[in-house]
Write a protein of this length. Structure first.
Length: 580
């Protein structure tokens, strides 16, 4: 908003930072190619509200955080959406003499003059925050039902089911304006809802559209069945797939980029009884990589991870089911290790995030370029650190272990339920026990749980009956020892009914779910000498787990309970992801 040099006197006068700190942060921001204001916010040196209140004082403007406000549609639309989105400016109130406007750029005089002439009214300017502006801009979008009522009028969609395998007819169908509008709207709303997946599922008489938001699938729309051929054809064209192939699965991808976001869509189409089912995975390429702290690791687990990733060789494994955030954890670790003095090479399927100075390679089984083949080639590329998207077979496991043994740090993922089970899994892949013990540094097991919506969070006490029900699912005596050690309970003999837990009531901000966003719950198994000896003796996963617990390892569900006690998630979420 302001040039960095103009920010300096404002921030120093407001005592947000000192002159020395300004120089330090400015250098860091330049190194990371960030505006200073973004650097301060990302590193939590100042809160968004504090910064923009300070800037409002400097401009002699009133400050207003409109984050949770609902603006009347007729007032909001006084400024058309393209202008509002481009210039970050919205109308939020009006009286006989003036129009009240919230903005981020008080110097944008040309736009203000244009609006003033258009509405023939005086403008009263307010400064708001970028996050509030993002929320307000979402209010331009009608509900999906209203949007589709307009574009799926019976006479508008051409029913061309007779198109069959005729490529020209399918192309014509995909270019039909209502079909383009339907697909564009589905994609746009998925981005605004922060969905991770879009499911388009043909039924006998209609087409169901579902979004996965915060890990949960929910119905968002039902479309007429005759729209299906056009939607499938349109998405196939976007993803560069064969239009006339209806009997075999197809995979592709495409990208949507605007000034606000850069989203990559991974498309999978399979034949089903009533047509073709489409699933699109959304990957936000403009997402900032988080820190380990932001991912939700407890202090003790953090120390174990940081100690193990700075070792010059060995293996760091992240385990958990599909969609549990394993790749995000690996990228976060890579980001910490990504320095000019090391050569990092990755082999992935697919490449989910692009990282500067990291050599990322995509597997292609059609030409024999598998994880194992890529790994072999990497060893001739003088790498220090290798990331393998997933260890799926004996061959990949064998090469990865050998790479870890010969002076490389190898990061990878496995599909197991907990950290200790990863060790027998490697034994199943015909890896010698002594090799597993000598090369594995640390194993991180994880799940993703939904976070309580901060806008509608309420506290409550567990009832004695609820505690008895939990006792059937979890070892509460063990949990209480962990909670006592972490200062969350006075003694391990206390009842959980004396503690406050939290949940979301449900509000407009979270679509009445009570949840917004997700966070990880983890267990971190440090492979020390004693556990190494147990691996060599082929100890069971349960024995290794028990030994790790005696050394202070917090299990996934215990980490979840600590987060539930701290108001981050709910007990119901811990049950959902660990016991279902």
């Amino acid at each position: 908003m302001l040039e960095d040099k103009n920010l300096k006197p404002i921030l120093i006068k407001a005592k947000i930072i000192t002159a020395e700190e300004f120089s330090t942060y400015k250098k860091e921001a330049t190194r990371k190619d960030l505006a200073l204001i973004d650097y301060l916010l990302q590193n939590k040196i100042a809160t968004e509200e504090m910064l923009y209140e300070t800037l409002a004082k400097f401009y002699n403007l009133p400050f207003l955080n409109l984050k949770n406000e609902t603006i009347r549609k007729d007032i909001l639309e006084i400024i058309p959406e393209p202008i509002a989105a481009t210039h970050q400016i919205v109308a939020f109130d009006q009286n006989d003499t003036e129009l009240k406007i919230a903005c981020l750029e008080p110097d944008d005089l040309e736009t203000f003059e244009f609006i003033k002439k258009k509405v023939e009214s005086e403008l009263k300017l307010f400064l708001t925050t970028p996050s509030a502006m993002r929320e307000i801009l979402k209010q331009y979008h009608k509900g999906l039902d209203a949007e589709f009522a307009q574009i799926t009028k019976e006479e508008e969609i051409k029913a061309k089911e007779e198109a069959g395998g005729d490529v020209n007819k399918l192309k014509e169908l995909a270019a039909d304006l209502p079909i383009i509008k339907i697909v564009d709207t589905l994609l746009e709303y998925a981005i605004f809802e922060s969905a991770s997946d879009i499911h388009i599922e043909p039924q006998e008489k209609n087409v169901i559209v579902r979004y996965r938001v915060d890990g949960i699938l929910r119905d968002v729309m039902s479309l007429p069945k005759k729209s299906l051929p056009g939607i499938v054809a349109r998405i196939k064209i976007l993803a560069n797939l064969k239009l006339d192939e209806h009997r075999a699965p197809q995979d592709g991808r495409f990208k949507i980029q605007t000034s606000d976001y850069k989203i990559s869509f991974r498309v999978s189409i399979i034949p089903v009884f009533d047509g073709e089912k489409i699933v699109m995975r959304l990957l936000n390429e403009s997402t900032q990589i988080l820190t380990l702290e932001q991912l939700g690791f407890q202090q003790q687990a953090l120390e174990k991870i940081k100690a193990n990733i700075i070792k010059p060789h060995g293996m760091v494994l992240v385990t958990g089911p599909t969609g549990s955030g394993k790749t995000t954890t690996l990228y976060t670790i890579l980001n910490l290790l990504n320095k000019p003095g090391v050569n990092i090479t990755t082999i992935e399927d697919p490449i989910e995030y692009h990282m500067a100075r990291v050599n990322q390679s995509q597997v292609n089984p059609k030409i024999g370029y598998t994880f194992a083949a890529g790994l072999r080639a990497f060893l001739r590329q003088d790498p220090n650190i290798i990331m393998v998207g997933e260890i799926r077979d004996n061959e990949t496991a064998d090469i990865a272990i050998n790479a870890a043994m010969t002076g490389h740090l190898v990061l990878s993922t496995l599909h197991t339920n907990d950290a200790a089970t990863a060790l027998p899994r490697l034994l199943d892949m015909k890896i010698e026990p002594f090799l597993i013990a000598s090369t594995t540094n640390v194993i991180i097991a994880q799940r993703l749980v939904r976070k309580i919506c901060k806008n509608c969070i309420v506290s409550y006490n567990l009832t004695a009956e609820a505690e008895r029900d939990l006792e059937k699912q979890f070892d509460l005596a063990d949990l209480k020892k962990v909670m006592e050690k972490n200062g969350l309970i006075k003694t391990a003999k206390d009842s959980l009914t004396s503690l406050l837990f939290y949940k979301g009531k449900g509000c407009k901000q979270c679509d009445n779910t009570g949840y917004k966003g997700r966070v990880g719950i983890y267990e971190v198994l440090d492979i020390d000498q004693e556990i190494g000896e147990m691996i060599v003796k082929k100890a069971s996963a349960e024995e290794i787990n028990n030994q790790a617990k005696t050394k202070g390892m917090i299990s996934i569900w215990q980490d979840g309970f600590i987060k539930a006690k701290n108001g981050i998630t709910t007990i119901e979420e811990i049950l959902r992801v660990t016991k279902e």
